[in-house]
Design a protein around this ligand. Structure first.
Ligand code: UD1
Length: 419
């Protein structure tokens, strides 16, 4: 159990370098088993999900070590093609091992992945994509067994641009004979980062960042070095914190073009934002106005992961802010906790209406999921008095020492780890 003691009211000031992207590093670490190679990754954030992925890699027989922000993986001698439930349930991204192990071993045996409770998170699109390439997939209870047989490249049409299904399809297609074209592919920057890594690994893959990705095989290389792209959600979270608390911060190691929708909303809310190619500066006097309605959509739409942090930033914004959550039905769990601080939020199905209040008052809160937990921290920073947030190590699944980052910017945050 982690406990966050936050005293609100401080302005955030200063410059900070943003961590590498959780949603890029986890699939890339999984992809490292798709061929037998040595992988060196830089810019790896210190996250609980990264630790869990290292444990999966070691279980498979890889050497997998981390030194600071550097991770070394040697997947040349993997000896297993299964991932037990105890490891799978630790994170959602473990499902990407399905395509990676299948590509490498010709079979894979996994259970359904874990991850944050955001409502139903099925894997039907992942399995259908693998079936289209010729894999035989059996599901029994919560277990999935895939056998490759003769994999053949084929057109895959995703009914929805699922990030995970796109990644699994890309990995499985590496070893399929002939060309695979993934239509309606997810366009997230993290998919582009996976393509960059796979190309360095010898894969012939193109089109990532568009809706059509083509994979036409691979000439494996022995050694690959890749730097993980900056985390657009961690950047958005810090900006929302500054918007809500007031202050003047400079984020370095960011690609502002990857979170333009978040920047637009913060700008509409009255923040002064200046972007450069690898930096963004945000100034806020802490007194915001409700931005235009926010609708979460697949990239390049507004990211579902930034919905809770932005909602927290808008709790005191003058007027009514309207959020529509289209990706995950269970993604308003933070709302009940925000109400404890005095927030005025009404939920009607997928839509949340936030009526700005004059003040928020510190309270005792419980984090229910990763991004929802970040939202509680942001709201606590903007509240009067002390808040205590109980957190079952959910926030460190995706944020690299968020307490230190906020502390360095002048926030009053005391982080306590209890056994
Ligand atoms: C999602 C986000 C991604 C974010 C990641 C981590 C979207 C579109 N995806 O990716 O940007 O980085 O969380 O928080 O915003 N679905 C199915 N069947 C499937 C797979 C998905 O019905 O087989 C549905 C899900 O229920 C959900 C939607 O598709 O409604 C989003 O899925 P997907 O993109 O696959 O989720 P993640 O890969 O977890």
């Amino acid at each position: 159990m982690n406990i966050w003691h936050i005293t609100g009211g401080n302005r955030l000031e200063g410059a900070i370098s943003v961590q590498g992207a959780k949603n890029a590093v986890l699939p890339i670490m999984a992809a490292s088993v798709a061929t037998g190679a040595e992988t060196e990754l830089d810019g790896v954030p210190d996250l609980r999900d990264v630790e869990a992925t290292l444990r999966i890699l070691r279980h498979l027989g890889c050497t997998a070590e981390r030194t600071g922000t550097h991770v070394y993986i040697d997947s040349r001698d993997i000896c297993r093609c299964d991932v037990p439930h105890t490891l799978m349930r630790e994170l959602r991204s473990s499902v990407i091992f399905l395509g990676a192990i299948l590509a490498r071993c010709g079979e894979a045996s996994l259970s359904l992945p874990g991850g944050c409770e955001l409502g139903p998170r099925p894997v039907d699109l992942h399995l259908e994509a693998l079936r289209t390439l010729g894999a035989r997939v059996t599901e029994r209870g919560g277990d999935i067994v895939c056998k490759a047989g003769a994999l053949r490249g084929a057109p895959i049409v995703l009914p929805f641009p699922s990030v995970g299904a796109t990644e699994n399809a890309m990995l499985c297609a590496l070893v399929a004979e002939g060309e695979t074209v993934i239509h309606n592919a997810a366009r997230e920057p993290e998919i582009v980062d996976l393509q960059t890594y796979l190309r360095a690994l010898g894969a012939q893959v193109s089109g990532a960042g568009t809706s059509t990705i083509t994979v036409s095989g691979m000439r494996p290389r022995a050694h690959v070095h890749h730097t993980i792209l900056p985390d657009r959600i961690a950047a958005s979270t810090l900006l929302c914190a500054c918007a809500a608390s007031g202050g003047d911060i400079l984020l370095e190691n960011v690609h502002p073009s990857h979170f333009l929708t978040v920047l637009d909303s913060l700008s509409e809310a009255g923040c002064d934002i200046i972007t450069q190619s690898n930096a963004v500066r945000l100034r806020s006097d802490g007194s915001l106005i409700a931005p235009r309605p926010i609708v979460t959509r697949p990239y390049p739409g507004f990211p579902t992961d930034a919905q809770p942090p932005l909602m927290a930033a808008c709790l005191k914004a003058r007027g009514t802010t309207v959020f529509t959550e289209n990706i995950f039905t269970g993604r308003y769990r933070h709302v009940e906790e925000l109400r404890r601080l005095g927030a005025d939020v009404t939920i009607a199905g997928r839509v949340a209406y936030i009526s700005g209040v004059e003040t928020l008052t510190g309270a005792v809160l419980t984090a229910g999921d990763l991004r929802g937990g970040a939202a509680l921290i942001i709201a606590a920073l903007a509240a009067e008095g002390e808040s205590v947030i109980y957190d079952e190590q959910l926030i460190e699944r995706g944020y690299d020492h968020l307490d230190r980052a906020l502390g360095a910017l002048g926030a009053s945050v005391r982080f306590e780890r209890r056994a």
